[in-house]
Every structure is written in C-alpha cells, then in structure tokens.
Design a protein around this ligand. Structure first.
Ligand SMILES: [Zn+2]
Length: 231
C-alpha cells in the first residue's frame, strides 16, 4: 500500500488518502535449514484515517530471497484483517492500475459486493483496452464485442455477465423501487474471473514470449558453434 495515495478502506468502504503516519511496517527474515532458503515476512498495518472508522487493515507478504540475483520474490500476499487472499502474478507486464483494481475488488467483496463488482468491471475494461488494444468504442459492451473472435464462446458469455453485474453498482437502476443487489458469492465469482483473465492473457503471453526467446537464443548459439572451427 503506497503512502499519499487514494485507497478504499475495506472496513468502511470509503476512499481515503493514506499519510505516512497511517502506516506501520514490520519486517523480519528467517532461514529454513531443510532447503537452505531465506524467507522474509513483511507485515503492513494501515489505519483508516477516517474518524468515524479508524480500523486497521493488516497485510502480510511472504518473500523468498534469491541469493544469486539479490532479489526478493513474492510468494503470497494475505490480508489478515479483514481476511482475503490476494493472488500474486509474478508478471511485470500487468499495469499497476489493473492490479490495484483487482486487489481492491477482492478486499471488499464481502463487505460491499456491489462496489467490488463495479471495480471488477473497471478492471475488465482496462484489460480489454490495454491487452487487446481496443480503442474508440463508446461502451464496454462494444469493447467486449470487438474481442469476441479472439476468445472462446463460453468466456465471452462470462465476460458479458461480469459487465452486466458490474453495471448494477456503476449505474444504479433509474427506478429506485427496483433494487437489484449483488451477493458476496456473485462478487467472488467476478473477482475470480478477473484472476483467470489476468492469467490467461498477461501471464500466458509472458510465458510464451519467454519460451520463444529461449528457442531463438538456442538457435543463435548453435549457429555460432557451427561457425567456430573445431580444434
Ligand atoms: Zn475505514
């Protein structure tokens, strides 16, 4: 959680600005002899600056220390209070805005399923624009139609459903007597779909590029060996 940034508190569901004094951070490491690996645990406590709330959100990160590279690879990120499991994708090409919307959608899925569905919908729209390069459409509906031939029919239906349910939070019904709610279970399904799409699109593409690069590199090395006369 970055300081000085707008953040939606998972307790009161209000957007708040986090100051330095709202964040406490504890970090410690331990060594596991059985596999000779060093791990780091990072606990961040964010206290909601809203006077009527003031509750704490406790986040735990676990990292594996890579001695050769000198870097910390994230293993998981858990929101201990209020409880949520945030998936870590280990892929550098996913835009931060998408990861932030995903994380917030997950965090508030039980407290405010409607707001969670709205965030999941916004996340979907960002992904269609960024990953598929769709521009110049008037509505999310049209943006989804523009990628229909790139995804399988079942996934297309699921994405359209995410859009429609997310709409309930984004544009409340005109007739205020008609109340359509989003249940925590539905919000859970939508956030799950977002996780699946991040995996299927960004993570899969990065893996494929890595494999392709490995083959090209292998060939270059072979060609080099052919040029080198044997001694
Ligand atoms: Zn709060």
């Amino acid at each position: 959680m970055a300081k000085g940034k707008s953040w939606v508190c998972p307790h009161c569901n209000r957007p708040v600005i986090i100051r330095d004094s709202d964040i406490n951070n504890v970090r410690d490491s331990y060594f596991l002899p059985v596999n000779s690996q060093e791990y780091v645990l990072d606990m961040t406590i964010t206290i909601c600056p809203s006077e009527s709330c003031g509750k704490e959100t406790i986040e735990l990160y676990k990292f594996l220390y890579d001695k050769d590279e000198g870097i910390y690879n994230p293993i998981y990120n858990k929101i201990i209070e209020p409880e949520a499991n945030i998936k870590i994708f280990n892929c550098s090409t996913i835009p931060d805005v998408i990861l932030e919307d995903y994380k917030e959608a997950k965090l508030i899925q039980n407290l405010s399923p409607k707001a969670s569905a709205t965030l999941a919908r916004r996340c979907l729209q960002s992904m269609i624009r960024d990953f598929h390069g769709i521009t110049g459409k008037r509505t999310l509906h049209q943006e989804i139609e523009a990628i229909e031939d790139r995804i399988d029919p079942e996934m297309y239906k699921a994405i359209m459903a995410l859009k429609s349910i997310g709409n309930i939070g984004a544009h409340p019904e005109h007739d205020i007597n008609l109340i359509i709610d989003v249940s925590p279970e539905e919000a859970y399904q939508l956030v799950n779909l977002i996780e699946m799409l991040i995996d299927d699109w960004y993570v899969a593409r990065a893996r494929q590029q890595e494999r392709v690069r490995a083959i090209t590199a292998m060939n270059e090395q072979k060609q080099q060996e052919r040029k080198t006369p044997e001694t």
